[in-house]
Each structure stands twice: as structure tokens, then as C-alpha cells.
Write a protein of this length. Structure first.
Length: 88
């Protein structure tokens, strides 16, 4: 029977795809080498400091812009960097 020669080739496809998937998964996930932050890291918590001071209140959508923004004044926002030999 010559059909037996083609059967192993058909089985090789799914087996090879499964092996390639598993190899890539292990390579990129590194599940055996990963650092478990929650278990292996000790974080010392400190009390929260600061104060709550109410500055202003805006209700609804009456104001479409933030007061004091510099959106349109781009020359104030961006400072030109000058190099040593630049004549402009």
C-alpha cells in the first residue's frame, strides 16, 4: 500500500503546528522564568499625606474651555532650542 507514505505527512502538519505554537508560547511568555510581583515583592505602605482644599466648582457644561489654558498661545508653550552655531 502506497497510502501509508502520505498519512504520516498529513499527521505531521497538525503535530508541527502544535509544536511550533507551544515553542513560541514558551519563548514569549517565559512562564517558568517570570517574576511574580505579588508574591516576591514586599511593599511597605505609608499613610497618605496631604490636604483637600476646594478651589473652584464648575457644574454642567457651561464652560467649554479651561480658564487660563495656553492652547492657542503655542509660542509661550514651546521654547525654541538654540544650538551653539545657529545664526537664526
Amino acid at each position: 500500500m502506497s497510502d501509508d507514505g502520505g498519512l504520516w505527512l498529513l499527521l505531521l502538519g497538525p503535530a508541527g503546528a502544535t509544536g511550533l505554537y507551544w515553542a513560541l508560547y514558551r519563548y514569549y511568555r517565559n512562564t517558568d522564568k517570570s517574576h511574580a510581583f505579588e508574591r516576591e515583592t514586599e511593599v511597605e505602605a505609608k499613610p497618605v499625606t496631604g490636604s483637600d482644599r476646594k478651589v473652584d466648582e464648575v457644574t454642567g457644561t457651561r464652560e467649554t474651555r479651561i480658564r487660563g489654558d495656553n492652547l492657542r498661545a503655542y509660542r509661550q508653550r514651546v521654547e525654541r532650542v538654540r544650538s551653539g552655531g545657529d545664526s537664526s
